[in-house]
Design a protein around this ligand. Sequence first.
Ligand SMILES: Nc1ncnc2c1ncn2[C@@H]1O[C@H](COP(=O)(O)OP(=O)(O)OP(=O)(O)O)[C@@H](O)[C@H]1O
Ligand SMILES: [Mg+2]
Length: 260
Amino acid sequence: MVDIKKESHINGEISIRNVSKIFIDARNTEVKALHNIKLEIKAGEFVTIIGPSGCGKSTLLRLISGLDNPTGGELYIDGERITGPHFTRGFAFQNPTLFPWNDVWHNVATGLEARGILKEHIADVDEYIELVGLTPFKNAFPHQLSGGMEQRVALARALVNHPKALLLDEPLGALDALTRMSMQDEILRIWNEQKMTLLFVTHDIDEAIYLGDRVVIMSANPGQIQRVIDIDIPKPRRRNDDTFFQYKKIMLDALGVNSD
Ligand SMILES: Nc1ncnc2c1ncn2[C@@H]1O[C@H](COP(=O)(O)OP(=O)(O)OP(=O)(O)O)[C@@H](O)[C@H]1O
Ligand SMILES: [Mg+2]
């Protein structure tokens, strides 16, 4: 039996070296979605990424996932060049792409099935469906789910493979405030337990500070890293103490929002 937990639990250090991505838009002009991005992410680090719409957050995650290639520069994981997708890099993208013909259970099982190890891990599928609170819906089909439920299925589908790097693109964006906070704590708990490297894109300043060891602030046209802020508050954090608000002020200033 393949021990996926053991197999995939080595490192997860990501190196992004001078990465650029140019798209050609509908009017045949160049879009600099990413320009000269340099970022070193330590194994097991929790990095949140924030920035205005169109600054290249999703593009960056897609490049790390290996689903797309940069037009300049290189990306590495544990010293190995990223050239395509691999199950050790799990992702849940902004618009969950569930298989409409599969129910929740089979959507979550997709990766294990593709790897030919589903039989040994049937209980894991149930475990992760339970963890995202969807046990009563495990036989439901995607069209029967709300947007937030679909996001949770996508999260379970990524987690069940025990990736060493987990890439989450606004994974909680469609959730109500209370469910969102409890899912943030769930994600922190899983991260603590499994020690994977976590990259988490969000539009929410509180969420970025609450979760991140570091927050990467990006800006658009061209997509660049504007600033990286270490969040020096021990976890678990409190969402409303003075230090938290100090970081919020720093973030608002960096994002060009006047907080006074
Ligand atoms: N496949 C594509 N073809 C052409 N342009 C693209 C493509 N994908 C992204 N872009 C462009 O690249 C830029 C960055 O897009 P991206 O989706 O990475 O932004 P984002 O930061 O994730 O935005 P949002 O916060 O709205 O999700 C945008 O200008 C977008 O229009
Ligand atoms: Mg995006």
